[in-house]
Write a protein that binds this ligand. Structure first.
Ligand code: DGT
Ligand code: CA
Ligand code: CA
Length: 574
């Protein structure tokens, strides 16, 4: 990861938190907090200052020791003191600090006296009445903590789709082989491919005597059974992910699947249509009076209200019902439509694998072309390429292309868009490439006007092909930067350039709503893995999910084009 001031500040904040929980010297703690603030407010990247050879001890509150730590973080990407502190206290302890009302002192007491290390353990300690007994806590504090944990859980504990998928896949495989179990489907936001999910909603059809409920609650990752009955149960997994299970009869399966796939807003809109037609829809079926007229599969439910099947990714009540009604539902892109990937890294910069290994892995995924787009020199933590190294890589790509069968490597770069909107490499180098992916990796806090102007100016560059991860957000870690996305999309259209849908699980960027706008404005989207290793091509599946949530059809996606057609489109911008 590129090390920005905010990253260094976060390291210092965590060090301060941990020192405070450990009861360290208050002056030492304050020094780290001050340093974090200094870095947070610094207009220039500390990294850039170091490169220029500036002396960081000139900065307020930064002495020799802190300057050395900044240097260590910038050059190695990690901080040995923090690593040591993390070994001394369990990693989740600082998560307790996120609960309103819990400062380091209280966290320290909870950890030392009750061995509370996680938010789940905190909740259990409170529910068991163990917190009130601690000196300085009391009954009222305990109640406040419980309420704060509940509020915290309901708003923030969401899991990235790719992470939730690991738990969902394992649990599905586990349930699938329980005697008597027929179908197992993960419904809810997971099935709608939302970028994050609050919990998993699993639906099962099973024979009446199937032990599926007992097996589910005894699953070895379950730490807490929140509720359990004959047809429904909720559990908490070790990871903090909640799972709801429903067992339904085969005749209701489609109706239950509709209901538990949601979204709630979509369900409500469908139910209203049914009511107008004198029908009643619930999780058991579609009823006219007391007679069930549909519900065994989802298509029958939609058919009963005069609609075609609506793909789960569209079920957000964002126009899909109107589109279904008038026969204008998009024919959504599928993974098999992808012919290539236009954003990947190798060992030459911050990737893990060689050019050849990446090429072979992409081919194994069924891709016909792969663009290598390393970072440019401005991104020093990623060992970004200067012109010379880039040209050498191009030569290596040419060589490999002559011996590779079934896959063509394209020559690209993920070039930094500098603060003034210029690109980080000279024109004559960019002009030799097949594509130029421009990316914002610094100065996230510019004003909306400045940030937008910066990106528009970059797009005006004669060699600019595609805007990488257009919003810049990192899920759970960094908000999108403030830009006028509609102007950027329209500018892309005027310039004939493209937007990326970066499928990295932390990014999922372009956002689904912006995909929808891009499609309406006629701007093609490239679904890219941003692979840093051969495994990362797996990201593409989630990228396709996000594209589907954004209503994209095969034709709206740049990298569904065969290579020759792609080359023609890329030329338009070069
Ligand atoms: P999440 O878990 O926050 O990521 O989002 P969902 O959509 O998975 O929501 P969840 O787990 O609370 O509920 C699963 C589905 O159940 C939801 O998508 C629609 C359905 N559902 C839940 N509560 C209601 C409700 O009050 N009315 C209706 N019509 N459907 C509901
Ligand atoms: Ca859910
Ligand atoms: Ca749920």
């Amino acid at each position: 990861m590129p090390t920005h001031n905010a990253d260094i500040a976060a390291v210092f904040e965590e060090i301060a938190d941990r020192l405070e929980i450990q009861g360290a010297n208050p002056f030492r703690i304050r020094a780290y907090r001050n340093a974090a603030r200094t870095l947070g407010e610094l207009p220039q990247e500390a990294r850039a200052l170091l490169e220029k050879g500036d002396d960081l001890t000139r900065l307020p509150g930064i002495g020799d020791d802190l300057a050395a730590k900044i240097h260590e973080i910038v050059t190695t990407g990690y901080c040995s003191l923090l690593e040591r502190l993390r070994r001394e206290l369990p990693p989740a302890v600082t998560e307790l600090l996120q609960i309103p009302g819990l400062g380091p002192k209280r966290v320290k007491a909870l950890y030392h006296d009750l061995d509370v290390q996680t938010v789940e353990q905190l909740y259990r300690a409170g529910r068991d009445g163990r917190i009130r007994a601690l000196p300085g806590f009391g009954e009222k504090t305990e109640l406040n903590i419980l309420q704060a944990v509940e509020a915290h859980a309901s708003q923030t504990r969401r899991f990235k789709l790719a992470v939730a998928a690991q738990y969902a896949d394992a649990l599905t495989a586990f349930l699938q082989v329980v005697p008597g179990v027929e179908q197992v489907t993960v419904a809810g936001s997971f099935r709608r491919m939302r970028e994050t999910v609050g919990d998993l909603d699993i639906l099962v059809t099973a024979a009446a005597d199937s032990p599926v409920m007992q097996r589910f609650t005894a699953y070895d990752e379950v730490v807490d059974v929140l509720s359990a009955g004959p047809t429904r149960a909720s559990v908490m997994l070790k990871s903090g992910l909640q799972v709801d299970l429903r067992v339904v009869e085969a005749a209701s399966y489609g109706a239950a699947l509709c209901y538990f796939t949601g979204s709630k807003a979509h369900n409500i809109a469908i139910r209203r249509i049914a009511q107008q037609q004198g029908l009643k829809i619930n999780e058991y079926g579609v009823f006219r009076g007391t007679g069930r007229i549909a519900g065994e599969d989802e298509a029958s439910v939609y058919r009963s209200v005069g609609l075609p099947f609506i793909p789960p990714e569209l079920r957000e009540n964002r126009g899909e019902i109107e589109a279904a009604h008038s026969g204008r539902l998009p024919n959504l892109v599928v993974f098999a439509d992808l012919r290539g990937d236009l954003h990947a890294h190798t060992r030459a910069t911050d990737g893990h694998d060689s050019l050849r290994e990446m090429a072979l892995a992409a081919r194994a995924r069924g891709l016909e072309y792969l663009a290598i787009t390393e970072h440019s020199r401005h991104l020093t933590v990623a060992h970004g390429l200067d012109p010379l190294r880039l040209i050498r890589q191009c030569e290596e790509i040419d060589r490999l292309n002559t011996e590779l069968d079934g896959l063509t490597l394209l020559k690209g770069i993920e070039v930094d868009i500098l603060e003034d909107g210029s690109l980080d490499l000279p024109d004559e180098v960019l002009g030799r490439l097949d594509l130029v992916v421009g990316a914002v990796h610094s100065q996230f806090h510019l004003s909306r006007a400045k940030q937008t102007a910066r990106i528009l100016r970059a797009m005006d560059h004669p060699h600019f092909t595609m805007l990488a991860h257009p919003s810049g957000r990192l899920i759970d870690r960094r908000e999108p930067y403030d830009v006028d996305m509609l102007r950027i999309i329209r500018h892309a259209n005027n310039r004939g350039c493209f937007l990326e849908l970066n499928a990295h699980p932390d990014r999922m960027d372009l956002l689904d709503s912006h995909c929808q706008i891009a499609r309406e404005e006629g701007v093609l989207i490239s679904i890219n893995s941003d692979a840093h290793s051969t495994f990362d091509f797996a990201h593409l599946e989630y990228g396709v999910g996000q594209a589907r949530r954004g209503w994209l059809e095969k034709n709206d996606v740049l990298n569904t084009r065969p290579l020759a057609a792609l080359r023609r489109l890329l030329k338009r911008t070069m």
